[in-house]
Design a protein around this ligand. Structure first.
Ligand code: NAD
Length: 375
C-alpha cells in the first residue's frame, strides 16, 4: 500500500516534535484510537520523536458535552495541530438520542463541518489486498489473481452533500430537493492531487462520472481533461459510475488511481473496501493544499461491538502510518508501522472480523500490543 508513493530514502534520521490532535469520537472510536496512540508512542520511543497530544470532542461525544456536534474550539484545536488522527463518530440511528436532534445537530454534521472548516477537499482511500487476507476477499480466485492495489481519490467538500437542500410541501405532497454543485476550481484542485499521486504510482488515472446525464459530470470531464494536459505521462481514462461499480468486482486489477466526485466516491470506496475483505483494515487520509491532514479509518463507529474489545484497530493504525508519511514527513517510521502490521498478520494474529481457520483470535488491545511490539 502506497509503496510507490514513498519518498526516496536516504535522509538521515531526524528527531522531530509534533502536535497531534486526537479525536476518539464515538462507539469503537476511543478503543481504536488508544491502540493507534500506543503504536505512535512506540514510534516515538524507537526513533526519538516527541508527539504532544491534545484531545478534541466531535460528533456524539461533543453533543453530550456541548449540545452540538462541533464547536469553534474544536476547529481551533485541530487547526493548531500538525495533523489530526480520528477514530469514528456516530451512533445507532435507531436507538441513539443523537438522532432525535434535527439533522444539522446530529453527529455526522460535525464530521462534515470539520472537513469543511479545515478545507479537507481530497480524500485518499487505498484498497489493497493483503496476501494473508485473500481468503476474506469475496471475489473468485481467478478475479483476484495476484491481488490489487488501488487508491480512490474522492472530492470531499463539494457536490451533493454540500449543495442547497430543502423539503417543502406543495398541494399536500412533500417534495425534497438536493443540489449537486461543482465549480471548475473545485474539480481542478482534486484532479491535480490525483494526477500527482498517479505520477508516483502506475501513471494511470480513471476519472469516474455520470457525464451521459449530469451537467456537473460534463464539467468534471472537461476540467479533468485540461489538467491531464499537464501530465503527458499519465494515461487518463473516463468511466461512467455505474460501469465502475461493476468493474470493481469484475476486474479490480485494472485500477490504479480512481478520481471521482463526493457521492460517487463515497459509494465506490465502500465497494472497493469490501473487495479487500474487511472494512477493519482500511485507512484513509483527508488533505488540504498544505501538509495538514485528518486521518481516520474508513469504517464507522460500529456501535454493535463498541466497548467489547472486538474492534479491529488496524485501519486506524494504518491511518496513523499515513499521517506519519503525508503530514509529518516521517517515511521510515510509516514504513515501520506498515511492516509491523504485515508481520503480525503473517504470524497469524487476527481480530474477529478477519478471522479464518488456523489463525489466532485476539482482541483490540492485544492487536495494538502486538503491532507496537513489532516496531
Ligand atoms: P460501521 O462501519 O460502523 O459498521 C458496519 C459493520 O462493520 C458493523 O457490523 C461493524 O461491527 C463492522 N465494523 C466496522 N468497523 C469495524 C472494525 N474496526 N472492526 C471490526 N468490525 C468493524 O457502519 P454503520 O453500522 O453503517 O455505522 C455506524 C455509525 O457510524 C453510524 O452512526 C454512521 O453514521 C457512523 N459512520 C461514521 C463514519 C466516520 O466517522 N467517518 C463513517 C461511516 C459511518
Amino acid at each position: 500500500m502506497f509503496r510507490q508513493l514513498k519518498k526516496e530514502p536516504g535522509r538521515g534520521m531526524r528527531i522531530m516534535d509534533f502536535n497531534i490532535a486526537l479525536i476518539p469520537g464515538d462507539g469503537i472510536g476511543p478503543e481504536i484510537v488508544r491502540e493507534a496512540k500506543k503504536v505512535l508512542d512506540k514510534v516515538c520511543e524507537k526513533y526519538g520523536h516527541k508527539f504532544a497530544y491534545s484531545e478534541i470532542l466531535l460528533g456524539g461525544a461533543s453533543i453530550d458535552v456541548h449540545g452540538v456536534p462541533l464547536t469553534e474550539e474544536a476547529i481551533a484545536a485541530a487547526k493548531a495541530s500538525d495533523a489530526v488522527l480520528m477514530g469514528s463518530i456516530g451512533g445507532d440511528a435507531k436507538t441513539s438520542p443523537w438522532y432525535k436532534l434535527e439533522p444539522s445537530r446530529r453527529p455526522e454534521a460535525g464530521l462534515l463541518g470539520i472537513r469543511k472548516a479545515l478545507n479537507l477537499f481530497a480524500n485518499l482511500r487505498p484498497a489493497y489486498l493483503y496476501n494473508e487476507l485473500k481468503a476474506a476477499c469475496p471475489l473468485r480466485e481467478d478475479i483476484i489473481g495476484d491481488g490489487f492495489d488501488m487508491i480512490i481519490v474522492r472530492e470531499l467538500t463539494g457536490g451533493l452533500y454540500f449543495g442547497e437542500r430543502k423539503t417543502v410541501e406543495e398541494n399536500g405532497i412533500r417534495k425534497a430537493v438536493d443540489t449537486l454543485v461543482y465549480t471548475e476550481e473545485e474539480i481542478r484542485r482534486i484532479a491535480v492531487k490525483a494526477f500527482d499521486i498517479a505520477m508516483k504510482r502506475s501513471k494511470k488515472v480513471c476519472s469516474v462520472d455520470k457525464a451521459n446525464v449530469l451537467d456537473s459530470s460534463r464539467l468534471w470531464r472537461s476540467v479533468v481533461e485540461q489538467v491531464a494536459k499537464d501530465y503527458p505521462e499519465v494515461t487518463l481514462e473516463h468511466m461512467l459510475v455505474d460501469n465502475c461499480a461493476m468493474q470493481l468486482v469484475r476486474d479490480p486489477k485494472q485500477f490504479d488511481v480512481i478520481l471521482t466526485e463526493n457521492m460517487f466516491g463515497d459509494i465506490l470506496s465502500d465497494e472497493a473496501s469490501m473487495v479487500t475483505g474487511s472494512i477493519g483494515m482500511l485507512s484513509s487520509a483527508s488533505l488540504n493544499e498544505t501538509s495538514f491532514g485528518l486521518y481516520e479509518p474508513s469504517h464507522g463507529s460500529a456501535p454493535d461491538i463498541a466497548g467489547q474489545n472486538k474492534a479491529n484497530p488496524i485501519a486506524t493504525i494504518l491511518s496513523a502510518a499515513m499521517m506519519l508519511r503525508y503530514s509529518l514527513d516521517l517515511d521510515q517510521e510509516a514504513d515501520a508501522v506498515e511492516a509491523a502490521v504485515q508481520k503480525v498478520l503473517t504470524e497469524g494474529y487476527r481480530t474477529g472480523d478477519i478471522m479464518s481457520d488456523g489463525c489466532k483470535l485476539v482482541g483490540t488491545a492485544e492487536m495494538g500490543d502486538l503491532i507496537a511490539a513489532a516496531i
